[in-house]
Design a protein around this ligand. Structure first.
Ligand code: ADP
Length: 164
């Protein structure tokens, strides 16, 4: 059984993530989307909300499950019999950041990182950018699923009201 993990914070899930998960699901027998739930002040959505949105977004993929993880990704892999980490590569910054991470993870445990190039239409797409553009009223409806767009609009309005 070839099992891979797609890790990330998914705050929130975008069409770029879904594209990568879909491609992972075609390459591997089983795919676990692992949502990092380590404490961070900068998240817009709670771990439970991020996991729930991913479950809805991935509902159409039979061999994909969604789980949360804390601590080291390599420990999560060891606990779940996962030997492959699948990552999408977008901009030059990903090319700088990802190889050392992959080498570190390989040195910690028996796990290989598989890089998949982003689909060109999503190469600019990142959760952080979606949130920033949406916060200033930009239209991000083509970049995330409809239900995520609704949740994003609602949460940003709540945040704006909180901040007066
Ligand atoms: P992080 O919180 O590590 O920055 P994200 O939650 O934004 O990560 O994304 C998780 C992973 O999904 C990234 O490491 C990357 O591999 C992949 N990914 C995200 N957006 C895209 C995209 N537009 N195209 C391809 N891969 C992507």
């Amino acid at each position: 059984m070839r099992r891979a993990v797609c890790p990330g914070s998914f705050d929130p899930v975008t069409n770029g993530h879904i594209d990568i998960v879909q491609r992972a699901s075609a390459l591997f027998d089983e795919v676990v989307v692992a949502v990092g739930v380590n404490k961070s002040k900068n998240r817009l959505f709670t771990p439970e909300e991020r996991i729930e949105m991913l479950r809805e977004a991935c509902a159409g993929f039979d061999n994909v499950t969604v789980d949360g993880f804390t601590g080291l990704l390599t420990d999560f892999c060891a606990q779940n019999g996962i030997h492959a980490i699948l990552k999408g590569l977008r901009a030059v910054s990903d090319f700088d950041y990802e190889p050392p991470m992959a080498q570190m993870n390989a040195s910690l445990t028996d796990v290989e990182t598989v890089f998949v190039p982003t689909s060109p239409e999503y190469s600019f797409l990142a959760s952080s950018l979606v949130k920033e553009v949406a916060m200033f009223g930009g239209d991000v409806s083509a970049l995330v699923p409809d239900f995520v767009h609704r949740a994003l609009t609602k949460r940003l309005a709540e945040r704006a009201a909180e901040q007066g």
